[in-house]
Design a protein around this ligand. Structure first.
Ligand code: COA
Ligand code: MG
Length: 280
């Protein structure tokens, strides 16, 4: 999974476009992109979409946060239609994910958006070993900046300010500590493809395994950057081969550079991803 495209679940037109996109996952949103009075219609359209025979993207549903009281109705309508997974907003600790699993009563995969409140920032180390089927942890800067009363979450050069860099880093640490996918947040400036590409490269560099999108035009860029390149695949193969040739060595030198076991493991993981995306 590389790209996860959000679509407001009350928009038939956008759902149709999203389902025809190359996104690995389409997230039918019942939460903040749907006005309160449209929630019932959005649930019904989400269920219809799920029931329609489909190929292409997997389909997840973002339910409303537990404290809204809307989650049980969301689940009652969408779960019988068989979503591939759920996205849970505004989680504050691993216990929130357990609560959703309990309400859902199945072991459906869940991606938690785990940095949307001030309290959530102190819970990012609590997702390890939670009951249920936590698949990923995502971070977000929009709800968090709203909650903090911030005027902006980026400086005049477009660089994330300190509180949101911290949220991003702690989400990455928390997800890897819990052995689930770290999911990078949306890039809201959907006409800025060069900015998105840079943003994706930074996410891949730092260890995120996939990224959420808000516009179909973002999908191709995300898929490309999150797919290992030919050069990366060749380098990984070189490293694996050098270790194989060296027998039981824990360390090898290639082209004047040291490579040890973490490099070997990283190369194996990269080849696994390349195989999964059909480029190895
Ligand atoms: N999924 C599917 N189709 C989408 C889409 C999405 N997320 N975003 C836009 N489109 C469609 C539009 O409907 C439009 O189709 P049309 O020409 O057939 O009408 C086409 O892509 C081009 O859209 P564009 O004019 O560039 O953008 P817009 O002004 O219509 O929409 C947003 C901008 C931000 C409102 C829209 O991208 C959106 O709704 N994004 C998702 C928001 C969301 O889910 N947020 C919650 C998570 S943060
Ligand atoms: Mg939000």
């Amino acid at each position: 999974m590389r790209s996860l495209l959000f679509v407001p679940a009350d928009s038939e037109r956008k759902i149709e476009k999203a389902m025809a996109s190359a996104a690995d996952v389409v997230i039918l949103d019942l939460e903040d992109s749907v006005a309160p009075q449209n929630k019932p219609a959005a649930r019904a359209l989400a269920a219809d979409t799920l029931k329609t025979p489909r190929s292409g993207p997997q389909v997840y549903v973002r339910v409303n946060a537990l404290d809204t009281g809307l989650t049980p109705d969301d689940l009652t309508v969408v779960l019988p239609a068989g979503p591939d997974g759920l996205v849970q907003p505004k989680t504050e600790t691993g216990a929130c994910v357990e609560k959703l699993a309990e309400l859902a009563g199945t072991d459906i995969p869940v991606i938690a958006i785990a940095t949307e409140t001030a309290t959530a920032m102190f819970g990012l180390g609590t997702y390890s070993g939670v009951a249920g089927n936590l698949q990923g942890m995502a971070w977000g800067a929009e709800d968090l900046s709203n909650e903090l009363g911030a005027q902006a979450n980026r400086d005049t050069d477009g660089i994330l300010t300190e509180p949101y860099r911290l949220a991003r880093s702690l989400c990455l640490f928390g997800a890897r500590a819990a052995a689930v996918d770290p999911v990078d947040t949306v890039y809201v400036d959907f006409r800025d493809s060069a900015g998105l590409e840079r943003n994706c490269m930074e996410a891949v560099r730092d260890g995120f395994s996939c990224k959420m999108a808000i516009h179909p035009a973002q999908v191709e860029i995300i898929n490309r950057v999150f797919t290992p390149s030919k050069e990366q695949i060749a380098e990984a193969r070189n490293i694996i081969e050098a270790f194989a040739e060296a027998g039981n060595a824990g360390v090898v030198g290639i082209g004047g550079k040291m490579y040890d076991i973490p490099h070997l493991n990283r190369s194996r993981k990269l080849l696994e991803r390349a195989t999964a995306y059909g480029v190895a």
